[in-house]
Every structure is written in structure tokens, then in C-alpha cells.
Design a protein around this ligand. Structure first.
Ligand code: PMP
Length: 382
């Protein structure tokens, strides 16, 4: 084993792909501190700045009673009143009959997918779907067909050819893609789901709080909630907290409660987090200016970067600047760091080979001055 690990680490170092953990401190204004230096954070998923919202912190503190942990899984004694209230809130927010809360987005995707489908079934998954979706499919044992990114024509071709050979079928896509920041063609995919008698699951991790009426996500924005069987999302990004959920039918919820191993065999989230999650939904609904400012700033920055001649993707608060070469991407990230910006380089295998990038994610915490200064400094390194 030792030899195997050594070889792996040597190879990654040689390729410039070795990842390392960095101890940082997060600050109230959304900035971060590393090695005593302060940085403007362009790598956080705290899109609406809710992780530092006073009401979220307050309600979380209020719910640290004499018991801190939930002490048990949901089916034992860990299903507190607050968990049930949160699930009612999520169902209403997402306009679905029911909802089920998970401890993380990773656990939700792995658990939901591997519970709903299995051997003899088939999954049609966007090529750029998140690792947790890929892992859920692998665990399920179902046959996998990956359609070209956001290409509903290719999805149709695959459905036409393969759907009839399998029992159950699941189509799955992110709605806002985490590494590309673009939006799925949800109307077309929803039509195909009906035409080919399949279940449709969407991952709204990066859309929730940002898109849609009341910030409920893209399925809601497109009025497609009825067509999407499972709307999965997280509390860990724009909602500034931790945990995840699936908004779905009562039947699917009951099935998951009884059969989903990542739900059943894990201690439930503590009250302080559940209370914060309820509050986060309330804030998203009552403070729409946060998502408006965020998306306006994203459009502003995207246009400025395009004007600099950069290869910029997406149409959301996630703004990937494709550099291509791994080393050049790391170099740029380091130069930006010297100027006080934290922009993590994203390299394969997280993104396809030759598409290393700076993934800039904007937050409500960023000011126009931050953005203007960033553009000016970045252009010096190009
Ligand atoms: N889905 C997507 C699209 C994600 O980007 C992430 C997190 N990066 C997850 C699921 C996992 O969510 P969590 O961080 O809550 O485990």
C-alpha cells in the first residue's frame, strides 16, 4: 500500500495536480484570511452572503439548548419537530407535495439515486454532472448513458435507442452547473422525460436561492415542478448553511425514508443547523434584492472579462474563465493571490482535460469596487 500511495502522490506532483488543504479563517464580510493575509474570496458558494447573516447566526445560537447533537438517526430518535417543520418549508418553497432532508448534498445524491434505480434500470446523465451524482449511479448498478453537456438532441437519441431495453429510467441533470455556470435546457428535458416514460431528477445545488420566483430554483422559474419528480438541492451554498433536501412526491419520500441507506444510517443534523436552514429559506424569500444584485454583478463581471478577450462560460453567478493549461491556471491563481484575491484553480479530473480554469464565484458580499479592482488586476497578468 505504501508504495502505491507514494507512486500516486509522485505522479500527481509531477503533473502539477497535487491538491493540498489550506487552513483558512472566514470573516464576517465574506473575506478570508490565510497565513495572516486577507483575501477577497472569489471561490465561495456563499452566493447570497447568508452564511454571515445576523438572523441565521442568531437563530442557530438560540437552538443550541442543553443538547447539542441530535444524538441519533431520523428513524431512531433524531427526527425532531424542527426537522419536520423544515421539510414542510422546503416542500412549500419548492412547490412539491413533500420533502426529505439529508445531511449533505453528497449523501442526498448518492442515496436517492442508488435507492430509486438498480440493476436492469437505466440512467441518462449529463456528462458534466457532479461527482456525487456519478457516484450514486455507480452504486446503483444501473446502466449509465451520458449525454453531451446540455445537449437534449443527444439525450433524445440515446432515449430513442436505449430506453426500451430497460425497466425503469432516470434522467438526471444539474440545473445550474457547478463548474460551468450554465443552465440546463429544462423544458426540453422535461418533454423527453414524458415522451420516454422516465423519472426526472434535477440537482439545484447552485440554483436554489439565486434563480426563480422567491429564489426557489430553475424548475420553479420555468414552472416545471410538476414534471420534475425529484428536485434535489442543498442548504450549503446560497442558503449559507449545511445539509440538503429532495422535494418530491409523498410516495417517493416514504420510499426513501424506508430504503435510502445514506438517510437511514446517519445521525441527523443538529437543531442549530435545522433552525438556520428554515431561517435561510425565509430570508431568501423576503430579501430578493440579494439575488438581484448578485446576478447584475455577475453579468457586469462576465461582460468585462469577455471584453478582455477571455474564454468565459456560463450565465449565472458562477463565472468560469477557461485557461486550458494546468500550470498556467495555477500560476494565474497564484498571481491573483499576491494581489489579495482568492480564486481557486480548478483542474482535471474535476473538469475535462485541457479545460483547467479559474472558477470565479460571485457573492452578494462583493462590492462593485471589488469587482472593478479585480478586473484591473487580472488584466495585468494576461
Ligand atoms: N451537487 C452539486 C451540483 C454540488 O456542486 C455539490 C457540492 N459541491 C453537491 C451536490 C454536494 O453538496 P454538499 O456540499 O452539501 O455535500
Amino acid at each position: 500500500m505504501e508504495e502505491k500511495i507514494k507512486k500516486y502522490l509522485h505522479k500527481k506532483t509531477k503533473e502539477g495536480l497535487l491538491r493540498e488543504l489550506k487552513p483558512v479563517s472566514l470573516k464576517k464580510d465574506g473575506k478570508l484570511v490565510f497565513d495572516d493575509k486577507e483575501y477577497i474570496n472569489f471561490s465561495s458558494n456563499d452566493y447570497l452572503g447568508l452564511s454571515t447573516h445576523s438572523e441565521l447566526l442568531e437563530v442557530s445560537r438560540e437552538h443550541i439548548f442543553s443538547v447539542f447533537g441530535s444524538t441519533s438517526s431520523r428513524l431512531m430518535t433524531g427526527s425532531t419537530h424542527l426537522h419536520h417543520i423544515l421539510e414542510e418549508w422546503v416542500a412549500k418553497f419548492k412547490n412539491k407535495p413533500a420533502a426529505i432532508v439529508f445531511n449533505s448534498g453528497y449523501q442526498a445524491n448518492v442515496g436517492i439515486i442508488s435507492t430509486l434505480i438498480g440493476r436492469g434500470d437505466v440512467v441518462f446523465s449529463d456528462k458534466l454532472n457532479h461527482a456525487s451524482i456519478v457516484d450514486g449511479i455507480k452504486l446503483s448498478g444501473a446502466k449509465l448513458f451520458r449525454f453531451r453537456h446540455n445537449d437534449s438532441g443527444h439525450l433524445k437519441e440515446l432515449l430513442e435507442k436505449e430506453r426500451k431495453n430497460f425497466d425503469e429510467a432516470l434522467i438526471i441533470t444539474e440545473t445550474v452547473f457547478s463548474m460551468d455556470g450554465d443552465l440546463a435546457p429544462l423544458e426540453e428535458i422535461a418533454k423527453l422525460k414524458e415522451e420516454y416514460n422516465s423519472l426526472l431528477m434535477v440537482d439545484e445545488a447552485h440554483a436554489t436561492g439565486v434563480f426563480g420566483k422567491d429564489g426557489a430554483g430553475l424548475a420553479n422559474d420555468k414552472r416545471l415542478e410538476d414534471k420534475v419528480d425529484i428536485i434535489m438541492g442543498t442548504f450549503s451554498k446560497a442558503l449559507g448553511s449545511f445539509g440538503a433536501y429532495a422535494a418530491t412526491s409523498s410516495g417517493i419520500k416514504k420510499y426513501l425514508v424506508n430504503k435510502c441507506r445514506s438517510f437511514i444510517y446517519s445521525t441527523s443534523l443538529p437543531a442549530s443547523i435545522i433552525a438556520a436552514n428554515i431561517k435561510a429559506i425565509e430570508i431568501v424569500e423576503k430579501e430578493p434584492h440579494r439575488r438581484k444584485v448578485l446576478l447584475d454583478n455577475a453579468e457586469y463581471l462576465r461582460n468585462k472579462l469577455i471584453a478582455e478577450g477571455l474564454d468565459v462560460r456560463g450565465e449565472s453567478q458562477i463565472i468560469p474563465v477557461i485557461i486550458g493549461d494546468n500550470e498556467r491556471t495555477v500560476e494565474l491563481s497564484e498571481s491573483l493571490k499576491e494581489k489579495g484575491y482568492w480564486v481557486t484553480p480548478v483542474r482535471p479530473p474535476t473538469v475535462p482535460k485541457g479545460e483547467a480554469r479559474l472558477r470565479i464565484s460571485l457573492s452578494y458580499n462583493h462590492t462593485k469596487e471589488d469587482i472593478d479592482k479585480f478586473i484591473k488586476d487580472l488584466s495585468r497578468f494576461l
